[in-house]
Write a new protein. Structure first.
Length: 652
């Protein structure tokens, strides 16, 4: 345990106090109604929402994972986050955020009613997406819990396990007075784990206070502040890393191929001479045949991105934007402000560990703890004051990643279940009050799940490939095929949720990513067959959806119906330009990831190439994406009715 100096403790305490104060100070604005509480009244600027969204993605557990994979896989690790997939932000910025924001709804479940109407099948679809959203919220909260307690316990000189007498939770055989050496080691390890988790519970409780009280206003305003703190932290860590390393010392600490982001059939990275446990980590994670892994990730990533945002914090930010074009700008802004500073921090922590921590990792043998890189480098290299600011920044990252799903959870319970099915006449004051209670319940349940999680990698793999994989089939088809109805969506979601839960059973030891193509095919078959075996969605519902959203895809019968009524609109012909912008956008986003890594490792030739690539792709996106953005389409065919115009203009 590293003792935190008084100045650093004071900085962390001051930051916590300021965050909670902001949450209460702006809570009056959040309590004026449900739309104000969950969407900030659609008055928040796109750049503030973008900073908030970026801050929400800047989590401690994810940062620990990214540091560990950069350490082991080198520049090839830039492809591993495609598991999420990170390039879904590109699909959102190019077209999906605009389509989604045009709906004017409050939650993803409410959007289902907008798409499929309000019949029995649509109501079942609505409930299925609420169920998925709640599972996703709990998964994110439990995942976010990992790491923060461990990080806090490393620096706060106070043993909560002793203070709260957590020894009573030890197995009976470890509570005996005369233990052998193995027993003493096991008891020490478990008590340290209890101490970590006790600190995690305290941080969660403090985070919950400002989120529950302030709603979306609180989340966005505090996350903007948190992002500023995190950016300063990232720059500081990169500076410290470059001051304590040089290109020569880094090259001596890495195997051949570490600095090359490209790959062949195999990973072509051998740590045998430098750090044998790294080879064992690569083998255990199944990434040795890297081309197969990359093809699976790309296949899954494109489909998941085409499905649009899952009903979580990302969707809430899109729906909170002032207008459709603001939603698109916000999604693009996330990649720009998140990746460079975050990867300056990740690269800085990694190179410090490569040069100065490799001996300790070698001494650990097969049980090397790569998640220990982050606390080691912080405690070893950051001076007083800067260490406190850095810990405050990492605390901000955790609070952001925990706050975002916690804000989303009550929207589904209160707005999509209680108000819709139980008490439609409930007052705004009662609904906001109930939202507080639901948030508290989710804090307790999410923390409970987090107490039983031990592996960041396994939790991440299940969320990205298992849970998101189950979501993909039904949500891809809903945008692009007119004939999909509520029954198709419902059975596709039910199949996806069942498969995701099966993949999460530890005893089965199934790899969610490898299983994805098979259960995606089964879920897709459920969607198509259920849709074709049941009546189509009412044409009036489809017309309203198509007029307002204007997606490209297979919408011919809906276009013809509108034309026959004299309210026809030109089809969306932007598929080719959107596909072009997506390819350019993915290259742009990847260059923003690679450039800061090359900068910190002082590989100036590669850094210059990445910076030039980022500049060229930015210019292309300015011409072919930014300059072409529009809130609503303008190319009508025929004379639009008053009702037609009202639907198109109904933005709020």
């Amino acid at each position: 345990m590293m003792k935190l100096p008084p100045l650093d403790l004071a900085i962390v305490a001051a930051y916590l106090a300021l965050t909670i104060f902001i949450g209460f100070w702006i809570s009056k604005r959040a309590s004026t109604g449900m739309r104000s509480y969950f969407l900030g009244g659609n008055q928040l600027p796109w750049y503030a929402l973008g900073l908030s969204n970026a801050s929400g993605m800047f989590d401690v557990a994810g940062t620990m994972w990214l540091v560990s994979i950069l350490f082991v896989y080198g520049l090839k690790s830039i492809w591993l986050p495609w598991l999420w997939p990170v390039f879904n932000q590109v699909f959102l910025m190019v077209f999906l955020s605009i389509w989604l924001r045009r709906s004017g709804v409050m939650t993803g479940a409410e959007w289902i009613i907008f798409r499929f109407g309000d019949g029995r099948s649509a109501r079942l679809s609505h409930l299925s997406i609420v169920l998925f959203a709640l599972i996703l919220v709990l998964a994110y909260m439990a995942y976010g819990f990992l790491g923060i307690g461990k990080l806090t316990a490393q620096f706060v000189p106070f043993n909560l396990a002793d203070y709260f007498h957590l020894q009573v939770f030890l197995p009976e055989h470890l509570r005996l007075p005369n233990l052998d050496a193995a027993g003493l080691n096991e008891r020490t390890r478990l008590l340290a784990d209890y101490n970590d988790r006790a600190y995690g519970v305290i941080i969660i409780a403090l985070t919950a206070v400002y989120v529950i009280k302030g709603g979306m206003y609180s989340v966005v305003f505090t996350e903007v502040m948190q992002f500023i703190v995190m950016t300063i932290t990232c720059l500081a860590i990169a500076w410290v890393a470059m001051a304590h390393t040089d290109a020569k010392s880094i090259m001596q600490a890495i195997p051949d191929g570490w600095s090359n982001p490209f790959f062949g059939w195999n990973l072509e990275l051998d740590w045998a001479k430098l750090l044998p446990s790294a080879n064992e980590k690569i083998a255990s994670e199944g990434y040795s045949l890297f081309t197969i892994f990359f093809m699976l990730v790309l296949f899954k990533g494109i489909l998941t991105s085409l499905a649009g945002p899952a009903p979580n914090y990302d969707m809430q930010r899109v729906l909170s934007a002032r207008s459709p074009t603001d939603a698109a700008k916000m999604s693009g802004f996330v990649s720009l402000v998140l990746n460079p500073p975050r990867y300056l921090m990740i690269a800085g922590l990694t190179v410090l560990a490569l040069v100065h921590f490799s001996d300790e990792l070698r001494a650990m043998g097969k049980g090397a703890d790569y998640e220990a890189i982050l606390p080691f480098t912080l405690g070893e290299f950051l001076p007083t004051g800067l260490l406190g600011l850095t810990l405050a920044g990492l605390l901000a990252a955790f609070m952001s990643s925990f706050a975002a799903p916690l804000n989303a959870a009550p929207a589904y319970i209160v707005n999509d279940i209680y108000k819709k099915y139980i008490n439609p006449e409930a007052s705004e004051k009662k609904l906001v009050g109930l939202s507080y209670l639901v948030s508290i319940a989710f804090v307790v349940i999410g923390t409970g799940f987090g107490l039983f999680l031990h592996s960041i990698d396994s939790a991440l793999n299940w969320i990205t490939a298992g849970l998101y994989g189950g979501y993909t089939a039904a949500n891809v088809v809903k945008w692009y095929w007119w004939r999909m109805n509520g029954w198709g969506y419902f059975w596709g979601m039910v199949a996806g949720i069942i498969f995701a839960l099966i993949l999460g059973i530890p005893a089965l030891n199934l790899n969610p990513l490898q299983a994805f193509p098979f259960f995606f095919a089964i879920c897709l078959a459920c969607v198509v067959s259920a849709s074709l075996l049941t009546p189509a969605t009412e044409m009036a519902v489809l017309e309203r959806f198509y007029i307002k959203t204007r997606p490209w895809g297979f919408w011919g019968p809906v276009q013809k119906s509108l034309q026959d009524r004299g309210a026809g609109v030109a089809p969306n012909t932007s598929f080719k330009i959107d596909a072009f912008n997506i390819i350019v956008g993915i290259i742009w986003q990847t260059s923003l990831v690679a450039a800061p890594i090359f900068f910190v490792t002082q590989n100036w030739t590669a850094f210059g190439a990445c910076a030039a690539l980022a500049g060229v792709t930015t210019l292309i996106l300015k011409i072919y994406w930014w300059d072409r953005l529009e809130d609503y389409p303008k190319d009508y065919k025929g004379e639009a009715s008053d009702d037609h115009i009202r639907i198109l203009k109904a933005d709020h």
